[in-house]
Design a protein around this ligand. Structure first.
Ligand SMILES: [Zn+2]
Ligand SMILES: [Zn+2]
Ligand SMILES: [Zn+2]
Ligand SMILES: [Zn+2]
Length: 676
């Protein structure tokens, strides 16, 4: 059986329809058009040997049932016949003659009646579907195209033995149902199963090297066609190995052993030819069983692409290359010479000229160049300038990194240099940012870390700013104030420049008494301690002396207290004896007798040692003389050896001796007396 190029047009099937008597649908409509629905309907219902296939629900007119074979556009029953017989699953296995239509009132087809071959029985179809289900069970969702091709090949080669002792041995259904076939059965079975999983393939019919008719497949993978010969990979005999000798081969690989001949290349046959590219690393080559999913996953497939030597080179100004028959680029390389010794392409040279704006030097590595050549430029600024950019004065050129690709026209480029200004370095302080030394261009706003603005020296503002250092603070303890020195609070101090934070002065303490002298009256005398601004028993304490009643000198001790105050100070006060009143002195010759009031024993016994009388010719007691009279009971004293007839002013006070100290009362009023 010889078949022409058939590309089947059904969608992949993974999940089987619910079983009906062991038989289920295996054809899926390509889309929802009535024609595709019609195709799937009749192809599926032939599996059930329907006497009349009901298509009335599809509303399809006979002329809309179409099929094209070898450029012949068929319609009606001719198309309905070809739809079945051109299908690699059925071929001429199931039906004979022409189908018959019955019609609906509107002229659309109601039923299709095919005539079945006597060997096409429900029991046989069950065996076919069982074989089909077994093969399809190998295919998993997510399988790569190559995995599908390999698994289907391996299932057929493992399960279908070579022979012609069973019906349908040269059909796909014979291979699936009886598991025995010849080359035509193998090749149609492979083509059908591949089509079911969405892989395109071609049935090849040609002579072998021994001039015997043979059939195999060209299978499309990654845009390329590869030869697959399931028959010869199975080999003869009852249970030969699974082989991969003729699996996914280029044209050259297929006939390397001369067994297949080149007959299939006859242009009249119209098979895809010039299949130059080959599978690299054929990991399955020595497999003797069905490839496992693990093995497939571990071995990604790559294709070695071969340029079609009949093809003209494709070129640009720099390179030539070709593509493989599937359009993958191969062998891109630079031209060899001008014109190119390989592809003959010649490049027209143009001039490359460089100039400057006057503040540096410019040069180019080639004074003339053909389009596509990479040109390298050099620009060196004078001192005090930086190189800004290349400006194209002539030619459509974009320079980047001092390089550009030569266009097909002359080029004139100007190196543009800008003036730069130095900013000296300024040290940062605790609170003020500084900067490193840098050079800047007013024109383009760029900054450079080096005076020559050399490559890599361009910096950003944040690169030249030196941030303020911030204070380096240490804690300093406070110092208590004393009566002599100010103190201060605890504070923080910056180690860098000595600035102090949070420091407050505690003024030195002062203390005084509300009174420093008293007159004895038999009662306790305690002056108040005045420490202005301070609080007693918080900021200071007071220690009082004992007694404080008798005539004498007393000392009060004031001490700093709490965190803020320390040190001590003594304050003194005195209690003086009580004074006495003066009486009129009695005049005498060049003398007078001073008289005073007598003190009560209670007041005077322990508190008056005696009296002191003072007299003077002047009322302000200038140059006065004094006489001390011991004994508190005394009440008069004669003062003699004075001048006669002179008026003396006289006054008196008490005194008290306490240890080495003598305490005096206040003076009495003064009395006048004129001596005789
Ligand atoms: Zn290729
Ligand atoms: Zn070339
Ligand atoms: Zn600039
Ligand atoms: Zn600081």
């Amino acid at each position: 059986m010889i078949f022409n190029l058939v590309i089947i047009d059904v969608q992949p099937v993974f999940a089987a329809e619910p079983a009906e008597n062991g038989v289920h649908d295996i054809f899926t409509a390509k889309d929802s058009t009535p024609l595709e629905q019609f195709k799937a309907r009749v192809l599926n219902r032939i599996l059930y040997l329907d006497t009349e296939i009901d298509v009335s629900d599809l509303n399809i007119a006979p002329n809309d049932i179409r099929y094209t074979v070898n450029g012949n556009h068929l319609t009606g029953i001719y198309a309905a016949r070809a739809i079945v017989r051109q299908n690699p699953f059925y071929s001429t296995a199931a039906t004979t003659g022409f189908p018959e239509f019955t019609y609906k009132d509107n002229g659309c087809v109601a039923t299709v009646k095919y005539t079945y071959n006597p060997a096409w029985t429900q029991d046989f179809v069950k065996k076919v579907i069982a074989g089909y289900d077994e093969a399809m069970a190998l295919i998993k969702p997510g399988d790569s195209d190559f995995a599908k091709i390999l698994k289907i090949h391996d299932w057929i080669v493992k399960n279908v033995s070579y022979g012609m002792s069973t019906p349908y041995y040269d059909f796909a259904v014979g291979a699936l149902g009886n598991r025995k076939a010849v080359c035509a059965g193998y090749a149609q079975c492979n083509q059908f199963l591949l089509g079911q999983v969405g892989i395109e393939s071609v049935y090849i019919a040609a002579n072998t090297g021994k001039k015997e008719p043979h059939a195999w497949n060209l299978v499309k993978f990654d845009g390329h066609w590869f030869h697959v010969d399931c028959t010869w990979d199975r080999g003869l005999g009852v249970n030969p190995n699974v082989n991969h000798t003729y699996f996914m081969l280029s044209d050259a690989e297929l006939n390397a052993d001369g067994e297949h001949s080149e007959d299939w290349k006859d242009p009249a046959k119209g098979y895809p030819s010039n299949n130059l590219c080959s599978i690299e690393d054929k990991f399955y080559k020595d497999n003797k069983d069905i490839a496992t999913n693990e093995q497939i996953a571990a071995n990604p497939i790559t294709i070695k692409h071969e340029a079609d030597s009949a093809q003209d080179y494709q070129t640009n100004n720099r390179e030539h290359w070709r593509t493989c028959p599937a359009g993958v680029e191969v062998g891109r390389e630079e031209h060899t010479g001008n014109p190119c010794a390989v592809c003959g392409y010649s490049v027209q040279p143009h001039t490359v000229t460089v100039t400057t704006n006057g503040s540096g030097k410019a040069s180019v590595d080639s004074a003339t160049a053909g389009g596509g050549t990479e040109i390298t430029l050099t620009a060196t600024p004078d001192a005090g300038y930086h190189f800004k950019e290349w400006k194209a004065l002539k030619g459509d050129v974009t320079v980047s990194d001092n390089k550009f690709t030569m266009p097909d026209e002359p080029v004139l480029l100007q190196a543009v240099f800008d003036k730069i200004v130095k900013t000296p370095a300024v040290d940062a302080t605790c609170t003020k940012a500084g900067n490193i030394a840098y050079w800047s261009c007013k024109n383009c706003g760029k900054y450079f870390s080096k005076e020559d603005c050399s490559e890599g020296s361009e910096i950003q503002k944040h690169d030249w700013v030196v941030k303020a250092l911030g204070h380096d603070l240490v804690k300093v303890s406070g110092k208590a104030a004393t009566f002599d020195d100010d103190g201060c609070s605890a504070y923080e101090k910056c180690n860098r420049y000595g600035k102090e934070f949070g420091k407050s002065v505690i003024r030195k303490m002062s203390a005084r008494l509300s009174a420093t002298s008293y007159t004895y009256n038999g009662k306790t005398k305690t002056p108040s301690v005045i420490c202005s601004g301070l609080t007693r028993d918080r900021d200071y304490t007071v220690s009082l002396p004992a007694g404080r009643k008798a005539v004498g000198k007393y000392t009060i001790t004031v001490k700093g207290a709490g965190d803020k105050y320390a040190g001590s100070k003594t304050l003194t006060y005195v209690i003086n004896p009580k004074g006495t009143g003066i009486k009129k002195p009695a005049a005498a010759k060049k003398a007078f007798t001073a008289k005073w009031s007598r003190q009560s024993a209670k007041m005077s016994k322990a508190h008056i040692t005696g009296y002191q009388v003072q007299y003077s010719l002047k009322s302000n007691f200038k140059s006065a003389k004094a006489v001390t009279i011991r004994g508190y009971r005394k009440t008069s004293k004669k003062i003699s050896k004075l001048k006669g007839k002179k008026t003396y002013c006289v006054r008196v006070r008490t005194y008290m001796k306490s240890g080495k100290t003598t305490f005096y009362s206040a003076w009495s009023k003064a009395k006048r007396v004129k001596t005789k």
